[in-house]
Design a protein around this ligand. Structure first.
Ligand SMILES: Cc1ncc(COP(=O)(O)O)c(C=O)c1O
Length: 366
């Protein structure tokens, strides 16, 4: 056990009680929707956190990168969904190897992506269970709903490919900002659209057991559409300033903070801290141009302090609250985006009150 005051700064902290409360609440909410919970591992990239999610009923995980898939498979997780298209020889070779271990499903959305994978898998003698990724509004990956049946038919015509269901990431809900009613309606529509695609595939003669939606803002709507079978929220494990901006969480639920110290107060109206852009995420999805919410050492937000700019290892706090800060003061910053912040760090501390109680590695980073 180490007092926060004795930790080197900056440091990445996870308030254990808040995280546990987030895990319990999401498990209960997803159970109330009657669907399975498959969290996205990108938020923590930490096996200690993943184990807590399994303890709270997660059936497996969603991943974005080969390193995440590998880490979980090596840790013995038996049900992994790789929700990113494996393009390029290195990713295809990795996919075949990971498929060979069993328990992996891959998201596909085009014949161009699937053909090299099918060829490599066939020559290695492995099957490719896949979900068809469907675009319900984000316009990132995924086929348009009206092209789903034709694309699924083209994909299953390739050697080794086995359709397991459909998937969407309703990331476009964030565009509704703080309009929670609009966001909920869009989440419901995304869920219903995906179910309609699953029904169209069934009408065309396919089994379609998996109907997978996934996001933290959408967790209160999309999984409740009748016919959805699983939800894949990721950010909920910690929440962040963006989720507060979207009305998906309260500040008091944010479990991830960056511990920093004031290093300079020489200019009136400005205080410098030892956490800059290499410690934070600059993803201002639903925040007004800030790098995070400034809190005191206990994690309570402070009035009159804004964190709007940073160099690599320096953060600039401005506002009237800087008059109360002294060199050496400890602060905690709630990042804009928990998942982006995680990727900056090699380790995190679980915190109980004002003490760091466990240190865990963050793996599978770039
Ligand atoms: C495919 C997929 N599923 C699930 C999620 C989890 O969404 P969130 O970060 O809102 O929890 C993401 C996030 O990027 C994603 O890309």
């Amino acid at each position: 056990m180490t007092a926060l005051d004795e930790l080197p700064t900056p440091a990445l902290l996870i308030d254990r009680d808040r995280m546990e409360a987030n895990l319990a609440a999401m498990s209960a909410a997803i159970a109330a929707a009657g669907v399975a919970l498959r969290p996205h591992f990108k938020t923590s990239k930490c096996l200690a956190v993943a184990r807590r999610q399994l303890a709270h009923g997660a059936i497996g995980f969603t991943c974005a990168t080969p390193a995440e898939v590998e880490l979980l498979q090596e840790a013995g997780v038996e049900d992994v969904l790789w929700a990113h298209q494996p393009v390029g020889p290195a990713k295809v070779a990795f996919a075949v190897q990971a498929l060979g271990r069993g328990g992996l499903t891959i998201a596909l959305d085009s014949v161009e992506v699937a053909e090299p994978l099918s060829r490599a898998a066939a020559s290695a003698g492995v099957r490719v269970p896949f979900v068809l990724e469907v675009d319900t509004g984000l316009h990132r990956a995924g086929v348009d709903p009206d092209r789903a049946v034709a694309t699924a038919a083209a994909l299953i015509a390739l050697p080794g490919l086995e359709l397991r269901g459909v998937l969407t990431h309703e990331g476009h809900l964030a565009a509704h900002g703080s309009d929670r009613a609009g966001l909920e309606a869009a989440g419901d529509l995304a869920g219903r659209t995906l179910v309609q695609v699953a029904e169209a595939l069934r009408a065309d003669g396919h089994d379609c057991p998996l109907v997978s939606v996934g996001s933290t803002p959408g967790a209160t709507s999309a999984p409740f559409a009748a016919g959805v079978t699983e939800a894949r929220p990721g950010t909920y494990v910690y929440y962040d300033a963006n989720q507060v901006g979207l009305g998906s969480a309260r500040v008091e639920q944010c479990a991830q903070t960056v511990l920093a110290r004031v290093t300079s107060t020489q200019r009136a109206g400005t205080a410098i801290i030892d956490a800059g852009i290499k410690a934070m995420s600059s993803d201002t999805l639903a925040t007004a141009g800030i790098l995070g919410i400034v809190c005191d050492a206990s994690g309570t937000p402070l009035d009159g302090l804004e964190f709007k700019a940073g160099n690599e290892e320096h953060g600039y706090l401005t506002g009237p609250g800087t008059a109360d800060l002294r060199v050496g003061d400890l602060l905690r910053i709630i990042p804009n985006h928990a998942c982006g912040t995680t990727n900056m760090w090699s380790a995190l501390f679980f915190v109980d009150g004002d003490r760091a109680v466990e240190r865990h590695p963050i793996e599978a980073r770039y």
